[in-house]
Design a protein around this ligand. Sequence first.
Ligand SMILES: Nc1ncnc2c1ncn2[C@@H]1O[C@H](COP(=O)(O)OP(=O)(O)O)[C@@H](O)[C@H]1O
Ligand SMILES: [Mg+2]
Length: 467
Amino acid sequence: MDATHVNDHAVCLDGRRFRAVAPLGRGIVPGDLVVLTTGTQQVLGQVHGLSLDGDGPRGDPTVVAEGDVLGLLGADGVELGPTAPFVADQVQRAGTAATVALQEKTGATIPVATRTVSDGEVDVRLRPGKLNRHTFLCGQSGSGKTYALGVLLEQMLVHTGITMVVLDLNADFVRLYEVRTDADPALARALEQIDVRVLRPAGEGTDPLVVRYPDLDVRAAAAAMRLDPLVDRDEYEEVLRYREEAEGGRPLDIERLRAPGRTPEQERLHQRLRNLGVLDWQVWAQGARPVTEILDDRHRATVLDLSGFAQPEERLLVALAVLDHLWAHRAERRPTLVVIDEAHNVCSAAPDGPLQAAATERLVQIAGEGRKYGLWLLLSTQRPSKIHPNVLSQCDNLALMRMNGPSDLAEISSVFGFAPPELVAKAARFGLGEVLLAGGFVPVPTVARMGSRLTAEGGADVPVPRS
Ligand SMILES: Nc1ncnc2c1ncn2[C@@H]1O[C@H](COP(=O)(O)OP(=O)(O)O)[C@@H](O)[C@H]1O
Ligand SMILES: [Mg+2]
C-alpha cells in the first residue's frame, strides 16, 4: 500500500449504522452527508461522530466517521430507509446533487439557511408539512435568535399559508411588513402582498392593542386584580357579579363601588383597584376593537407589540387574553402559529405572579393538546431551563444557536433526543447566525448558517405603523 494514500472504506453490518474511514484531508465533519460507494450502489449517510484513527498510515492521518444510513442514491433520487449490510470502498462528502435529492424526497422546500457541501453552497430547506408541531429556538443572548426568528417568519409567510400571531415583547417584529430594498425581488414582491397587521399600545397608532374586560376569561380577570377565589372570596364574588354587567371595555364601574350604601366588599374591591392602579392601564378597550376580535379577522400575521405598556402586567394580560381566546376557539381548528420571542416572560419555568402563572398554565395546555386543534408554538429563549419543562418536552422541532453552558447543552440533549449529541456539542462554538436544526421540520439534523432577513429588523428606529 502507498504509505501516503489511504484507501477509504466503510462497513455497515445492520443497514442502519455505518463506520467509515477516510483521509482527514477530505474534510468530513460531524453533520455532513456522505456518499458511500460499493461495487454496485451508492449509499447516502450522515456522519455524527468523528475521531482520529490512531492506526492510520504514518504521514496521512485518517478519521473514523460513524453515522446513520439514510438510504440508497439512485438515478431517480434517494430511496430512504435501511439498506442491506454493505462494505463500501469509497467515502465522499455529499455534494449539491445528493443534498437536493434528499430535500426533494422529504418535501423540504422552504429555504431558511445555507450550508457548505463538497461542491459549493446549498440552501437548507424546511419541510412545510412538519411545521404543524411546536418548535423551540434556543441560544444565548447575541447568538442571533431574534434575527433567525425573523427569517423563519418571513419564509413561512412567503412559502406557506400559515396564519401567525406574534407576541412581540421587544418590538422586534413591528416592521415585518417593511421589505428591505436589498431583498430578492421575487420574494420582496411576494412579501409585499402579505397581510401583516401590527397592533401597538393605545396612543401609538391607529390600531391600539387593547383587551375588553368582559371578554376576559374570569381567571384572567381575577389574575389581573390579584384576586384569589378562596382567599378573597367576597371580592371575587363581587367581581363575578359586576362582570355580567360590565359595559364598555374597562373592568367594573368604579363609581358604583363608591356609591352610598356600598357594602364592605365593594369598599375593599375599590381600594384594591385603586391601589393596584388597574383602572389606569392603557390596555383596556375604551370603545376600540379588542385584540381578540382583530385576531378573528385572520390576517396572515398579527404582530402584537407588547413593549410599550407602562406596566408589565398589561403585556401579560394581553398575552393571556390572546392565548385564552385561541384556546377557547380551538374547536374551530383554525391553524395558528403562536410566536413568542423571549418566551420565558410568558411561559416561565418559575412563574412570578398570577398573570404569568395563568399564561404559563395556558401554554402548557396548548403545548400538550394544541396540535390536534392546529395551535402550534414557536418559542425562543436563551436557556432551556427558563421555559416550563412541560412545554419544552412537547417541542418536536429544535433550532439551536450558540450556547456554551455545558449544563444547558446537556439539557438540550436530554430533552431533544432526536438531536445528535455530537451536533448539539457544536453549538458551544457557533458563530453569529449559526444554527443546528433538528426534528421533523428538516430532512436530517443540520448545522447551517441562517439566511438573510427580507424585512426590516425592529429596534429603536420605529416608523408609524401601516393602517
Ligand atoms: N444571520 C445574521 N446575519 C447578520 N446579522 C445578524 C444575523 N443574526 C444576527 N445578526 C445581528 O446580530 C445582532 C444580535 O442578533 P439578535 O438576533 O438580536 O440576537 P439574540 O436575539 O440571540 O440576542 C443583531 O444586531 C442582529 O442584527
Ligand atoms: Mg433577541
